[in-house]
Design a binder for this molecule. Structure first.
Ligand code: NAG
Ligand code: NAG
Ligand code: NAG
Length: 323
């Protein structure tokens, strides 16, 4: 019994020590990019899970090429049969809005809840570009906060050019919400603000999600553990500070969050809504900040907001006013 207890105690105490010595472990846990679910989908063959879609790669920088799926809006479905990548790229200029889908951690652009949302957005009349950031899926390179942000930034400018100025919206789910606001803030520092931003199940800062994880909670009673966590995040250059970003974001913003979210608590979405509303009201009269809350009864939790009532109406109502 004594041996078991001392073993448990040693294991318990060694985790923070190991994290301190090998901070990159936390980085791997946050991105979880090496879990390339679903393993049976060939990312070069989107047609196996998604119609009206082509696969292509963008060279972001030396050594970094990212995989992207382009799914067409309903108006182009019939015309698309048998067309190649060049035709798809040309079709981006048809005037339909473009949504860049920035997914959460773990897995690839082929995960079923991601594909299901893309189908809804495509049927609602949008081009959708879903990207696997560097290090995810079949994309090369290694993930980092700065790197993921660069990928989104590059894709936004690429889409803006290819679509000849159509409305381009950044949609960030979970981890991707931080990528979306990081990129949006950079874009507006360099020129016109992003046309629209949609955040699905967003957090205040990634550290607060980590601290809220059941595993981390076991350690919160250990004095100094929380400050150790923040210290490690600083050393690995990860902050994903949506709360800070929304203080300056001037783009129209829509937040979608389920009250029963078991990964990113609902109150984080509410807090972001208050921050963005306050900031936009201060800087101009007509703040364009909206939030849709999904009742716990619906059981949508963290990854199933696409099943919510009228998701496509909600998105259309938001984007229509901006065109
Ligand atoms: C693609 O469309 C066809 C015809 O509507 C349908 O039968 C098929 O199931 C669709 N494939 C996927 C992967 O959704
Ligand atoms: C964090 O960023 C700094 C400054 O940009 C850099 O020198 C350092 O190598 C980065 N650390 C990691 C672990 O990426
Ligand atoms: C959502 O859908 C229901 C039933 O389809 C409809 O009655 C309601 O008006 C819709 N709400 C919005 C905001 O579009």
């Amino acid at each position: 019994m004594k041996k078991v207890l001392s073993f448990l105690l040693t294991t318990y105490v060694s985790v923070p020590v190991i994290l301190y010595l090998f901070p990159w472990i936390l980085s791997h846990a946050i991105f979880s990019h090496l879990l390339r679910f679903p393993y049976f989908v060939d990312l070069r063959r989107p047609q196996d899970v998604l119609n009206h879609t082509c696969n292509f790669y963008l060279s972001i920088e030396e050594g970094v090429s990212v995989g992207v799926w382009h799914t067409l809006p309903v108006s182009q479905w019939d015309a698309a049969a048998g067309r190649n990548v060049d035709w798809y790229r040309e079709a981006l200029g048809d005037g339909s809005p473009v949504i860049i889908y920035l997914h959460g951690n773990v897995g690839t652009r082929a995960i079923s809840h991601r594909v299901a949302l893309v189908k809804i957005l495509s049927a609602a009349g949008y081009h959708v570009l879903s990207v696997d950031y560097r290090g995810f899926g079949d994309s090369t390179g290694d993930p980092s906060e700065a790197g993921l942000t660069s990928d989104a930034l590059y894709l936004y400018h690429w889409a803006k050019t290819q679509s000849r100025g159509s409305l381009v919206c950044l949609w960030g789910h979970s981890l991707g919400s931080g990528v979306a606001t990081n990129a949006a803030v950079k874009i507006q520092e360099q020129g016109p603000a992003v046309d629209a931003v949609i955040l699905e199940a967003p957090y205040t800062r990634i550290g607060e999600v980590v601290a809220n994880h059941p595993l981390a909670k076991i350690y919160m009673i250990l004095p100094g553990f929380e400050s150790l966590l923040w210290n490690i995040l600083e050393r690995i250059n990860i902050s994903f500070a949506n709360d800070k970003n929304l203080k300056t974001l001037s783009s129209p913003l829509l937040i979608l969050h389920a009250e029963d979210d078991n990964v990113v608590p609902f109150h984080m979405g509410q807090k972001l809504y208050q921050i963005a509303l306050g900031a936009q009201r201060e800087s101009n009269a007509d703040a364009r900040v909206h939030m849709v809350a999904y009742e716990a009864d619906l059981g949508l939790s963290h990854s199933h907001i696409y099943l919510g009532p009228n998701v496509s109406d909600v998105v259309q109502n938001f984007l229509q006013k901006l065109r």
